[in-house]
Design a protein around this ligand. Sequence first.
Ligand SMILES: CC(C)(COP(=O)(O)OP(=O)(O)OC[C@H]1O[C@@H](n2cnc3c(N)ncnc32)[C@H](O)[C@@H]1OP(=O)(O)O)[C@@H](O)C(=O)NCCC(=O)NCCS
Length: 321
Amino acid sequence: MVKDAWLQDIPGGPLLDQVLDATFPRWGEGLSRQAYGSWNKAQGLTVWGRERLARVGLVRGAEVLVSAKRYLFDAQAGDRPVTVLGIGAVFTPGGLRGQGLAPALIDAMIEDGRARGCEVALLFSEIGAEYYERLGFQTVPRSVLTIDVPRNRLGAPATLVRAGEPQDLPHLVEMSSRYARGAGFALHRPASLIEFGLLRRRMLAGLGPAGLRALEFFVSEEGNRAASYIIVSRGPAGASLVECGDYDPAGARVGAMLEVLAAREPAETDRTLRTWWPATFRPPQITVVDAAPSPEVMMVRHIQGAPVDYSSVIYWPSDVF
Ligand SMILES: CC(C)(COP(=O)(O)OP(=O)(O)OC[C@H]1O[C@@H](n2cnc3c(N)ncnc32)[C@H](O)[C@@H]1OP(=O)(O)O)[C@@H](O)C(=O)NCCC(=O)NCCS
């Protein structure tokens, strides 16, 4: 432990301002500093965020030495429920780096997570695997697919596609949970978590410069209920299909929806999207043109309890933090 510094939740006030001032240049996403503060606050006010997301840090007196975000996820390890400690946005201000503050914070968070019953610590490294391997984390290999929506010579299919609504969420939960069945490791994705992912991206698009980002949430409807859905995030890094689901196991309806949406922009030549899909999910209309290791490295560390099998993991881009 770092002398005279303690792990604290940082819900607001001057300590949070310190953290936001320090992290803004790195994670500001093109927002103004004020909008960055609003975006962070709003995430904490969502139903899921209120209970499951917190900013924490090692604090000495009135100074935050190092900070991070703590997420608490429910998940399954095989058929066993587990609680997962998510560690995000680890940040040590420039002048304080190289003194082991980040490892001390991670240790303190894991200790705290153990007391909360967490069995697994999970993070997505933006700085490669090596640093966190030294801290006891292991990599869970994960590919990003580039998919293409080839032109359908018969024209767009006659699929009823409409904007997604809050009342569709229970159907999304049901579709999403099907992919998790039998997986070695998968998050439990209640409506509040799916909504959190939607709101986080929607607010980022709304708070940022006009036209820079957009979030699209569509469902296809059959018998008055959502039969498939897609959530597409567009921004400076291109277009990502951050999650999707289909009562058809192979995803034929999702393929048809992507064709319908591509047909809205007939002049657009680049119809590719980045995504991740479960191995069994392969809409017949869609071509996978590339698979590359994910730039954010998924890493896990055992905290307590029985070991987890990471050879078959279900993890949607929506839930990467
Ligand atoms: C990464 C970071 C949290 C480390 O914090 P710290 O309190 O200085 O922790 P340490 O004292 O263990 O860090 C020093 C080590 O970090 C490593 N490190 C820092 N930035 C790194 C990077 N971009 N890639 C790989 N390693 C990095 C240094 O190589 C150094 O290794 P050394 O021990 O062999 O000298 C800090 O550099 C930081 O806040 N960086 C900017 C934000 C960031 O990238 N966060 C991680 C997001 S996944």
